[in-house]
Design a protein. Structure first.
Length: 388
């Protein structure tokens, strides 16, 4: 009896099902190749859910049920295949749900999914019942009505491709005195920023954000190793040469080592940044999902909206009770009603001005010197006006 694996996909619901069977005493290398193939196929960001159903033929594994529908496995001794299976389930953020045992009180047929599902023994099987493989029914809940919110495509400046020659020429040819002198300090600053922004727009291209098919903690070297491993695997399966398999084994070992290092480094950075920036933690949680958790249509207090801004306001209103209101500003402050006198005189006022120096890096020298010249010219003009 040989092993068999089939993949059934439903593009409309973004669901995939894997059907398989393995004979007894299958080498662990066969399982390892199978698990790596599942990782490559089921990590598609467009895939919303998956179900792996079949006979893994692992009689030495004992499955126990906890407080939820998911089961936890424990292997006898140091089973390599069982450890590989546990790594797969953990990597896919899935669980094993079949609890129907055979006549030997073992579970050979597994149901692995990243979605919760209900398992029950089949009361009316289509075929005669196999003593080692009792049939079971898997109830799957499809959330077809929930449409996830589309991610907004963000654009940013690509300063690596900016035309700094034309930017410098434009800055040098601008008559800053004529533009900024008639204006006050606030208006001058706004006008200065507006001119700089317009010059940058004219000579700097935009680049859009791209959705990667790889996890966020995959480095460029790890992605390159993954692609080389994939190509060597295809070549080995096509020609079935020992030399091709050795090359594939080397890339596979290298990929595992680099993958573990990258993941450990990423988890460490997330843990270290929790106190300083909690957003990194929520980005980590969000990246473990295939789809955004916010649906395209949200209902709150009998109000239904699909507008992103309105949805944000709904979340703000819902969580407003756990936040303290901001302290009133000086313009909003009013003296208490029982105050003896509303007339307050400030007799002593002391200010400390701390000079801060800001360093601007990677800015072309002509632009830096031009800003200095503009500031010095404006200061000289103000001093001349005071003198006259």
């Amino acid at each position: 009896m040989s092993s068999s694996t089939s993949l059934v996909s439903n593009p409309q619901s973004a669901m995939s099902s894997v059907l398989l069977t393995y004979p007894p005493k299958t080498p662990s290398t066969v399982y390892e190749l199978h698990f790596e193939t599942l990782q490559e196929v089921l990590c598609d960001p467009n895939l919303d859910g998956f179900y792996i159903l079949g006979d893994y033929n692992l009689p030495d594994v004992t499955w126990t049920r906890g407080t939820t529908d998911a089961l936890h496995g424990s292997g006898v001794g140091s089973s390599v295949t069982f450890n590989l299976l546990c790594n797969l389930i953990s990597f896919l953020d899935a669980a094993q749900y079949n609890y129907v045992v055979n006549t030997k009180n073992k579970i050979l047929d597994l149901c692995i999914s990243n979605r919760s599902c209900k398992i029950s023994a089949a009361l009316s099987p289509l075929l005669p019942v196999d003593a080692y493989h009792p049939p079971f029914v898997c109830d799957i809940a499809l959330n077809a009505d929930i449409v996830p919110m589309k991610k907004r495509t963000l654009q940013r400046y690509n300063f690596y491709k900016s035309d700094y020659t034309h930017i410098n020429r434009k800055l040098e040819s601008t008559d800053w005195d004529e533009i900024l002198t008639p204006l006050g300090s606030e208006e001058s600053l706004s006008a200065f920023y507006g001119i700089i922004d317009e010059i940058i727009k004219q000579h700097t291209p935009f680049v859009g954000s791209r959705t990667s098919a790889f996890p966020v903690w995959f480095s460029k070297s790890l992605i390159s190793t993954f692609r080389k491993k994939r190509k060597s695997w295809v070549k080995w399966k096509k020609y079935n040469n020992i030399s091709d398999y050795e090359i594939f084994s080397q890339y596979r070992k290298l990929f595992k080592d680099v993958c573990n290092k990258c993941f450990s480094k990423y988890i460490g950075s997330v843990e270290d940044s929790i106190r300083k920036n909690i957003n990194d933690f929520w980005i980590y949680i969000s990246n473990r999902r295939d789809k955004p958790g916010i649906p395209a249509k949200v209902e709150y207090n009998d109000d239904v909206s699909s507008d992103p801004q309105t949805i944000c306001n709904m979340f703000s209103e819902f969580f407003s009770s756990v936040y303290e209101p901001p302290s009133p500003t000086l313009s909003q402050w009013r003296p208490p009603a029982d105050s003896a006198s509303h007339d307050t005189t400030i007799t002593n006022l002391h200010f400390e001005v701390e000079k801060s120096r800001y360093a601007v890096y990677n800015v072309p020298q002509p632009f830096d010197s031009l800003c200095t010249e503009i500031t010095e010219a404006r200061n000289r003009k103000l001093e001349d006006e005071k003198a006259t």
